[in-house]
Design a protein around this ligand. Structure first.
Ligand code: ZN
Length: 209
């Protein structure tokens, strides 16, 4: 192993040799159930370096090997991060970066669209806010359980869309019972109700055309 290869242990080769010699000397022929019960390794890469060979899990160990790892855990309570697993994690993060970036861009796009819609309606004297519905009726076509709806603080009359103040945009006589309890939200969330958003977009379109 070259000196530049990252290692899973900070124990020097000399220290490892000394631990192996001590394990051979002390282990004895019989398993110590106390050591066996408390047995653990930091990670597979670390165990492989301590053993100087592949680590196949606790059940693949001979008693002297188990005892050696037991000594090594005490000699090195906090080893460096395992280099191969760390490199694999970094590679995975790199690979996932474009998807994460795309998701962030999409979230920013939705935020911007929402701010524009709110501003357009507000300019027409219609204030809205996002309210959460905690009621739990199901099986209704226009109703999203636990959804965040666009709540009108002023009446809205645009084209064929007529709504009183103090209802959700998706409000209809048939789904009204499901939208009885709309709680104000404080976290600047965006509406999740597709029907509300559809009405909001078409109202904004008419107001700006
Ligand atoms: Zn809605």
């Amino acid at each position: 192993m070259s000196s530049s290869t990252p290692r899973a242990t900070n124990l020097t080769l000399e220290e490892l040799d000394a631990l192996r010699a001590r394990a051979r000397r002390e282990a004895g022929p019989f398993v110590d159930p106390d050591v066996q019960r408390r047995f653990r390794v930091h990670n597979g890469e670390w165990a492989t370096e301590v053993l100087g060979g592949p680590y196949g899990g606790p059940h693949a160990l001979t008693w002297p090997e188990l005892y050696l790892l037991h000594l090594a855990v005490q000699a090195e309570p906090t080893p460096p991060p395992p280099p191969r697993a760390t490199a694999a994690r970094l590679a995975r993060e790199l690979e996932e970066a474009p998807a994460r970036r795309a998701a962030a861009e999409e979230a920013a796009r939705q935020e911007e669209e929402w701010r524009d819609l709110v501003a357009t309606l507000q300019a027409a004297g219609v204030r809205v806010e996002v309210r959460h519905n905690y009621t739990s009726h199901r099986h209704l076509e226009f109703y999203t359980q636990g959804g965040d709806h666009v709540y009108l603080l002023d009446p809205l009359h645009v084209g064929r869309l007529h709504r009183d103040a103090r209802v959700a945009l998706c409000h209809t006589p048939s789904n009204a019972p499901n939208l009885e309890y709309l709680e104000p939200t404080q976290d600047n969330r965006l509406p999740s109700c597709r029907t509300c958003l559809r009405h909001m977009r078409s109202a904004a379109r008419r107001l700006t055309s």
